[in-house]
Design a protein around this ligand. Sequence first.
Ligand SMILES: NC(=O)CC[C@H](N)C(=O)O
Length: 234
Amino acid sequence: MFLLQKVPGVEVVEVRTKEELESVAGLIIPGGESTTMALVAERWGLIPELQAFAKAGKPVWGTCAGMIFLAEAAEGQKKGGQSLLGGLDITVSRNFFGAQINSFETRLPAPDCFKSFGSTDDFRAVFIRAPAVLAVGPEVEVMAEYTLTPEEKAEHGRDKVIVAVRKGVLMATAFHPELTTDLRWHQAFVDMVRKHSEQPDKAPPPLFQNLGRMPNRPPDMPVYGKEFMRAEQM
Ligand SMILES: NC(=O)CC[C@H](N)C(=O)O
């Protein structure tokens, strides 16, 4: 969000009410804690409004807890379950990578659509008590996958999990692109907003037109120290 705020032509609004939701052409549901987010959205009567938002063809990007919120099904929910917005035909495991202490970062291959942004370099993926996608429905585009370490393979009995997906107006990432200065994920979302906008005057322009190409990007801040990096994957 803070990166988007700096982009000319992109107006960033914090959405807490129905009126604020109606005023935007696209919505980012950030990370945090999906159970709490669901409770707050329920208390404010926003669940049906949020569901209607995506149904109306307005793009939504969920990161981490936001990804869980958009999923049709979630494993590892708290007792009593939690409301999900749903809409995205995926099954997620809520804390697939473990507790907060198991947070980590790594580099992952860029999805094909990044080619048009001038760089297919790997991207830096920061996972904070992150979920993973265990299964996707037909027509869900897999944008990024993570190869498990030998220990994780032994624990989960699988080689890979999906960590970024897109279908129609919905995109979800298990990691946090807002913590790096790699704007390609933001670009992918802004492109979706432009493509699907019913309010063309509010659709933001392409980022790279305003910010220059990837080589000019500002340096990244460290998020996790070496002890948190998946050494075999860096
Ligand atoms: N960084 C995050 O958003 C963590 C999400 C957390 N796993 C949850 O259940 O909500």
